[in-house]
Design a protein around this ligand. Sequence first.
Ligand code: ZN
Length: 69
Amino acid sequence: MEEKTGEIPNHTHCRSCAKAIPSDKTFCSEECKQRYLEAVKKQRKTSYIMFGILIALVVGAFVIMLWSV
Ligand SMILES: [Zn+2]
């Protein structure tokens, strides 16, 4: 198999749409940046909610355990 290293200039991919972009950039456009930040914000919110549910479950189980003794 032939290695084609070096043919593609140093590049990375847009974190939002995965388009090839220069390696000193993170996003191909301002729009993609905004979209990505928006997605991260939503994801963080979701993980907070999941964490809250987990805590509630643990506390709930603990309370039930105390009550059943
Ligand atoms: Zn993009």
